[in-house]
Write a protein that binds this ligand. Structure first.
Ligand SMILES: [Zn+2]
Length: 149
């Protein structure tokens, strides 16, 4: 499921291709997961499954199951959404798994994050994280699933 080198499709094009290739996806995803991943929606703060989750494991894309974040990079940002200092893609030995692009919707200029493999909207990236990179990936619980270890 890793993106092909030079895959320059937009997240919308990746989503459309993934939906066509996976009939039944709309039935498998609950309505919140569909709205967040396919329509770039946002779940209400403090409402999701993982904002205060502390179990160790790998967070995978709710749509295509690729590994996106590790619990080691999760921190309590107080914002009401699961927050990570980095994606697993920060490891230079593997392909990038999270794409980022400017999002100027809702009267704000933010950086949208999407799954590089299936185009699923994940959340936004803010420059106020606690780690050395200063990154804070603010991710909808509905867009990820925790695989415990
Ligand atoms: Zn995905």
């Amino acid at each position: 499921m890793n993106p092909e080198p030079g895959d320059d499709r937009t997240p919308e094009e990746k989503r459309q291709a993934h939906v066509v290739a996976n009939p039944g996806l709309a039935e498998r995803l609950d309505p919140t997961a569909w709205r967040c991943t396919q329509e770039a929606g946002t779940e209400a703060p403090f409402s999701g499954t993982y904002w205060n989750e502390e179990r160790a494991g790998t967070y995978r894309c709710a749509v295509c199951n690729v590994a996106l974040f590790d619990s080691d990079a999760k921190f309590n940002s107080g914002c009401g959404w699961p927050s990570f200092t980095e994606s697993v893609a920060s490891n230079p030995t593997i392909d990038r798994v999270v794409d980022a692009r400017v999002d100027s919707s809702h009267g704000m200029v933010r950086t949208e994050t999407t799954c590089s493999s299936c185009g699923a909207h994940l959340g936004h990236l803010f420059p106020d994280g606690p780690g050395p990179t200063g990154d804070r990936f603010c991710i909808n619980s509905a867009c990820i699933t925790l695989e415990e270890r």
